[in-house]
Design a protein around this ligand. Structure first.
Ligand code: NAI
Length: 342
């Protein structure tokens, strides 16, 4: 079952905590880029998790106020702010999950790949600090282009000798969130029941919703498949255009990232039934990185789930073949960038 809410449970358990009625799990989470459009609402949602004991908020500017503000919420976690590279190491020490939404977002007319020149260096530097200070942490990469920034992160971790492919995740949860929402609307289904796996990558045609695998089992006309697939692939651009130059998805992204953090924390806490789609190192196709459903456990990715990719419709099979060259090029671009740094 997919968890849709955070708030009621968090508040209820916090009351218990205050009265010392039950032991609480206590994980440390760091958000790098916490003063940004995604970072702020994401930090707020993570603050509501009963599984978090410490919330470390890092940015190059403006994070003090964000942390002071969020710290007044009477949920269990302690909020600490860290500003600038000199405070990054302390931000990361002892952290279990590091979430990275640092970097520039798209403006109308831009592709995610247009962000490469700025965000590649930001991700390189932040992941390098994670390697030095929190080498065992789960790393969630939100900064775009995710198709390239995850391979960059992998290379940097390899260079530092601490790469554990099971713990490096590209956050593609928003694609699943959007697919679930649009399919439920189109087919008049209860949102809470709908689950559409989204595979491939996280940009344009590399985002491949597997509508034939929708749960509950649902049939679509060819027109519906085309319309829904294109809408899911372009949903980010829909938001970029609506925001008309002021940024890209931040609120739905924060919601999606918070869900992925919560799933990771439940997995760390021993829940044996945690499945999410994520862009990870993979051998499900001939590409070294690929988004698919994965089972997450205490040590990170416990298994890649191959079944979604079996028995694809003709439309999906074609789309899968069509996305591979673009995804491959994005992966190679990331790897080449990271290898140039040594
Ligand atoms: P934003 O510009 O509002 O915030 C970015 C934050 O990163 C700023 O506070 C900035 O100070 C900070 N930052 C810049 N360089 C940094 C550094 N070296 N260390 C730490 N922090 C640094 O941007 P927004 O809207 O929050 O988007 C952030 C990223 O997330 C973008 O790359 C965007 O493309 C990506 N994104 C990813 C999605 C996904 O599905 N994976 C969906 C939506 C956005």
């Amino acid at each position: 079952a997919l968890r849709a809410t955070f708030a009621p449970k968090a508040v209820k358990e916090n009351r218990n905590l205050n009265h010392n009625l039950q032991p609480q799990a206590s994980y440390k989470v760091a958000v790098l880029g916490a003063a940004g459009g995604i970072g702020q609402p994401l930090a707020l949602l993570i603050k509501m998790s009963p599984l978090v004991s410490d919330l470390h908020l890092y940015d190059i500017a403006n994070v003090k106020g964000v942390a002071a503000d969020i710290s007044h919420c009477n949920t269990p976690s302690k909020v600490v702010d860290f500003t600038g590279a000199a405070e990054l190491a302390n931000c990361l020490k002892g952290v279990d999950v590091v979430v990275i939404p640092a970097g520039v977002p798209r403006k109308p007319g831009m592709t995610r790949d247009d962000l490469f020149n700025i965000n590649a260096g930001i991700v390189r530097d932040l992941v390098s600090a994670v390697a030095d200070n929190a080498p065992g942490a789960f790393i969630h990469i939100i900064s775009n282009p995710v198709n390239s920034t995850v391979p960059i992160a992998a290379e940097i971790l390899k260079q530092k000798g601490v790469y554990d492919p099971k713990k490096l995740f590209g956050v593609s949860t928003l694609d699943v969130v959007r697919a679930n929402t649009f399919v439920a609307q189109k087919k008049n289904l209860r949102l809470i029941d709908v689950d559409v796996p989204v595979v491939g990558g996280h940009a344009g045609i590399t985002i491949l919703p597997l509508l034939s695998k929708t749960k509950p089992s649902t049939s679509f006309s060819d027109e519906e498949i085309e319309e829904l697939t294109v809408r899911i692939q372009n949903a980010g651009t829909e938001v970029v255009e609506a925001k008309a130059g002021t940024g890209s998805a931040t609120l739905s992204m924060a919601y999606a990232a918070a869900r992925f953090v919560e799933s990771s924390l439940r997995a760390l806490d021993g829940d044996a039934d945690v499945y999410e789609c994520s862009y990870v190192q993979s051998d499900l196709t001939d590409l070294p990185f690929f988004a698919s459903r994965v089972k997450i456990g205490r040590k990170g990715v416990e298994a890649l789930i191959p079944t979604d990719l079996q028995g694809l419709s003709e439309y999906e099979q074609k789309a899968l073949e069509a996305l591979k060259p673009e995804l491959k090029a994005s992966i190679e671009k990331g790897v080449a960038f990271a290898q140039k740094q040594t």
